[in-house]
Design a protein around this ligand. Structure first.
Ligand SMILES: Cc1cc2nc3c(=O)[nH]c(=O)nc-3n(C[C@H](O)[C@H](O)[C@H](O)COP(=O)(O)OP(=O)(O)OC[C@H]3O[C@@H](n4cnc5c(N)ncnc54)[C@H](O)[C@@H]3O)c2cc1C
Length: 283
């Protein structure tokens, strides 16, 4: 296997453009597993973990930009970004995985169980893709087209994700078969953005892609209109139960080794109720 170590973004993009059989490698926590199990062996890899331009994490004019090389450990160390993203980062793997694994790699693999992905969907984030011929920005919901399928072209890198700074009222929840080092049986990210009067709810491990629970989002916004945005009033149990039902109805889960479809719907409705009640107290 040819291994190219890129020091600049332009160098990595030029290599990808010249080698259609090459793939990027960042932390290697997904790609090396595939290689070690003999499931996938690219002819060439370009290491992108030494590229400074991919390490940016900043807020400017109310917009967060998290570059592809930001690791989970860094998300946890720095206050910038999103509270739900930090909660998701805390659940990922072990300290070793959190030190090496990156948001760009989570987007490169794009598994429905990827823990940052429901957060990006709930935040209405955009994925910034770059090739030698320029940048394009795509809403996350258009970027992911199926399980481990995206619209990214071979010669493009994910360089960053961007979203509007949505405040503190954000929650990420993940149900698994144990408390740590676990792939989500189902996960949920919920954002109550008082500045924009918007509720975002997205589900992981609940269908072939990350799913936005749009009817539940509109219902949640109606509840916030009634109780008052920023007034920190938890809606009634009946209202929360209705929100939970709408979230469960949005899911398209399957039965698999990790859980049944019925269990996934149940756990999603419970997580939605709890997440909304928790988020309104943070608004
Ligand atoms: C023990 C273990 C536990 C784990 N636990 C979790 C967990 O709890 N939650 C979770 O979500 N994931 C988990 N993972 C999976 C993995 O750690 C994450 O998906 C991580 O974000 C991958 O990032 P990476 O930088 O290591 O990616 P890599 O392995 O380097 O790359 C993954 C894929 O993305 C592509 N890629 C990498 N960077 C880019 C880029 N900038 N642009 C385009 N394509 C790119 C690569 O070509 C490759 O196809 C776990 C993995 C292991 C081994």
């Amino acid at each position: 296997m040819d291994v190219e170590i890129a020091r600049t973004l332009d160098g990595a993009l030029a290599y990808l453009a010249s080698r259609p059989d090459a793939e990027p490698i960042a932390g290697g926590t997904d790609l090396m597993v595939e290689m070690n199990f003999g499931r996938h062996r690219p002819k060439a890899v370009v290491a992108i973990d030494r590229i400074d331009e991919l390490r940016e994490l900043l807020v400017a004019h109310g917009r967060v930009r998290m570059s592809a090389g930001v690791t989970y450990a860094r998300m946890l160390r720095e206050e910038i970004g999103s509270p739900a993203m930090r909660q998701a980062a805390r659940t990922v793997g072990s300290p070793q995985i959190r030190n090496a694994g990156t948001i760009g790699g989570n987007l490169g693999t794009c598994s429905p169980a990827g823990d940052t992905l429901p957060v990006l969907a709930a935040l209405d984030a955009s994925v910034v893709l770059r090739s030698a011929s320029g940048d394009r920005r795509v809403p996350f919901t258009q970027y992911m087209t199926g399980p481990k399928k995206t619209i990214r072209r071979h010669d493009e890198l994910v360089v960053a994700v961007e979203w509007n700074d949505a405040g503190d009222a954000q929650v990420f929840m993940k149900a698994g078969t144990r408390n740590a080092m676990v792939i989500a049986v189902a996960s949920l990210a919920l954002v109550v953005d008082g500045r924009r009067s918007r509720v975002g709810i997205a589900l992981g491990s609940s269908g072939p892609t990350i799913i936005r629970a749009t009817e539940a989002e509109r219902f949640g916004e109606g509840l916030m209109d009634e109780t008052g945005w920023g007034r920190r009033r938890v809606p009634s149990d009946a209202a929360l139960a209705e929100l939970g039902s709408r979230v469960a109805a949005a899911a398209r889960p399957i039965d698999d080794v990790r859980g049944t479809a019925a269990y996934r719907r149940h756990v999603l409705s419970v997580m939605a109720r709890r997440a909304f009640a928790r988020a309104v107290l943070l608004a």
